[in-house]
Write a protein that binds this ligand. Structure first.
Ligand SMILES: [Zn+2]
Length: 203
């Protein structure tokens, strides 16, 4: 079993202040989180930077990802290291994700920029039921949606500042192997949790 933060923004998202170097330092300095997905807004540049910086640390897994601002709301793609071709309709982005074997997650469906009830019209693989930046009620609605759709629920901090890193996490029944992680998310071998210890260290 591993713990993963499946939703993190670096400096390459223009609304985040997390430097890739700081992220990697924080990640290797703590024992709780084994994998992180880099999900910058509409770019994968941050992922490549983090991957390069973490390459000397094979015990942590950097999951390639992206948070795509579709016309109807945000979609997280996990397991993909390229930007989907435009136009970014939900349908196009999901088709692209399928073609590259990525996992599609409806990000914070009931918060601003979420897909809301529209999520039900699409074939997503999982619902973000615990988003570190969302109010309790939004997460509760997302949890309900996941149950209704019979889909796995995942968690991500949606960190834009270092202090927010892995405030919540997804427990995944998998090793640190990327393919195993993606498969386990798709098949629902996941459970969400809150971090109880101080999540970042002063470095
Ligand atoms: Zn986000």
């Amino acid at each position: 079993m591993i713990r993963a933060d499946l939703h993190i923004h670096t400096l390459f998202s223009n609304d985040s202040s997390i430097h890739p170097k700081t992220l990697v330092q924080q990640l290797i300095a703590q024992p709780y989180i084994n994998a992180v997905a880099i999900t910058d807004h509409n770019t994968v540049k941050g992922y490549y930077k983090v991957r390069e910086l973490a390459s000397a640390h094979p015990d942590v897994t950097i999951i390639p990802g992206i948070e795509v601002s579709t016309v109807d709301g945000d979609l997280l793609l996990l397991g993909v290291a390229e930007v989907p071709p435009e136009p970014w309709t939900v349908e196009n982005v999901i088709d692209f994700a399928r073609s590259v074997g990525a996992v599609v997650v409806a990000a914070h469906p009931y918060r601003e920029y979420g897909l809301g009830d529209l999520t039900k019209d699409y074939k997503v693989d999982a619902i973000e039921v615990l988003n570190g930046g969302s109010a309790r009620q939004c997460n509760a609605l997302a949890e309900k949606l996941a149950k209704k759709m019979g889909l796995p629920g995942v968690a991500g901090s949606d960190a834009h500042r270092v202090e927010e890193l892995w405030s919540v996490y997804t427990e995944i029944k998998a090793s640190t192997n990327l393919d195993e992680i993606l498969k386990a998310i798709k098949t629902g071998l996941v459970r969400v949790g809150h971090m109880e210890k101080p999540n970042t260290l002063k470095i």
